[in-house]
Design a protein around this ligand. Structure first.
Ligand code: SF4
Length: 358
């Protein structure tokens, strides 16, 4: 790893740490309270003096406070729903893993570009599931069916589960389960930094933890309510020292004025901040920014002042897996982004692997 990077002003280092997520309102399905995790969450909610209500189903939360749609959206992002996961058939999760493993749906982050804006539709509140035992049993079956192949599970397809770990403990359960599965692997990605509960777990190297990182411009403009870059990197160092396989997802890669400097600085800062042991077996995933017409409409409504460029005229149309066209960068821009960032990765991390660019 090389260390050529400009020193940032020291004032930044003394900013208040990003706090743990505290919901403002919690809903419980009555059945959820029959599970130890449901009971535990209820005790926590009471201890924190958070108002709570009962609901018949975690899929039907209709009486959220808020006068306008936008207010309701913001409140929903701070509303937690504790329920039971009924669908135990896992979705595919290519190219990141074989299957998505469901432990939570929804996120408290406010990333303008997030695909949950559209995939969660009118249900942007955060759902956590108390029957992790059933989810683990289902995962076991998938592993058995695919033996002797390795089966990998992505735990962050519909949420940022690390941001909820202090409430659920679900990642810890998955990590310790997969540690004893010779043919199972777990991975998740996060924009949060609260890794302490995971540092002393038995993981056997079967869980890869990835941090989502980006050029400073992207983080500053499009990722409110997530941990700062420095906090994510510090957490990545802790994860590396705890012996977990580590990775970075650079996503969404955004073409902006000064993108070359921005992404060069990102890789240089990563190399400077990470402990030497982090370089071994490090992986990178790269995802260019994309959007659908539906996403564009939703984002413009929810983040009306966003600088996110979504000009269909400047993009290439591509058929998406979800039955809608998506808009990616034209081929020349894609190639320029991919080649430039790949070169910077290998300049600083010659032993790293690049899983994909999409
Ligand atoms: S942290 Fe991830 S899941 Fe949460 S809003 Fe941002 S992009 Fe979406």
């Amino acid at each position: 790893m090389t260390t050529a990077v400009t020193e940032r002003p020291s004032a930044k280092k003394h900013r208040k740490p990003t706090g743990l997520f505290m919901p403002e309102l919690v809903f419980f399905e009555p059945e959820a309270l029959k599970y130890p995790k449901g009971e535990r969450i209820m005790e926590w909610v009471k201890a924190q003096n958070i108002p709570y209500r009962m609901t018949t189903s975690h899929n039907r939360i209709t009486n959220l406070p808020g006068e306008t749609e936008l207010e309701q959206y913001k409140i929903a992002k701070r509303t937690l729903v504790v329920g039971i996961r009924k669908t135990l058939t896992f979705d595919q999760s290519k190219p990141s893993a074989d299957y998505a493993i469901p432990i939570a749906t929804g996120c408290m982050g406010h990333c303008h570009y997030c695909y949950l804006q559209t995939t969660l539709g009118a249900k942007p509140y955060i759902r956590v599931y108390v029957n992790t035992g059933d989810v683990i049993d289902a995962a076991k079956k998938y592993i058995e069916e695919r033996a002797p192949e390795i089966t990998s599970f992505e735990a962050a397809c519909t949420s940022d589960p690390l941001g909820l770990e202090h409430i659920t403990g679900s990642l810890a359960e998955l990590i310790t389960f997969i540690a004893d599965e010779p043919l199972g692997r777990l991975r998740f990605v996060t924009k949060y930094q609260h890794v302490e509960p995971l540092l002393h777990l038995k993981h056997n190297g079967h869980t890869r933890i990835r941090f989502s990182v980006n050029a400073d411009y992207v983080i500053r403009n499009f990722e409110p309510a997530t941990a700062r870059f420095e906090e994510r990197i510090e957490a990545a160092g802790q994860i590396a020292r705890a012996g977990y396989p580590l990775g970075f997802i650079i996503a969404p890669i955004i073409w902006h004025e000064g993108w070359q400097e921005g992404y060069a600085e990102l890789l240089a800062k990563l190399a400077q901040a990470l402990p030497p042991e982090a370089g071994k077996g490090l992986t990178f995933e790269m995802i260019q920014h994309r959007f659908t017409k539906t996403a564009k409409t939703v984002i413009e409504k929810r983040y009306p002042k966003s600088k996110l460029e979504m000009d269909i005229e400047k993009r290439k149309k591509k058929w998406g897996r979800w039955g809608q066209h998506k808009y990616v960068y034209p081929d020349e821009q894609q190639t320029a982004l991919r080649e430039f960032i790949t070169e910077r990765i290998f300049e600083h991390f010659p032993e790293a692997g690049i899983d994909y660019f999409t």
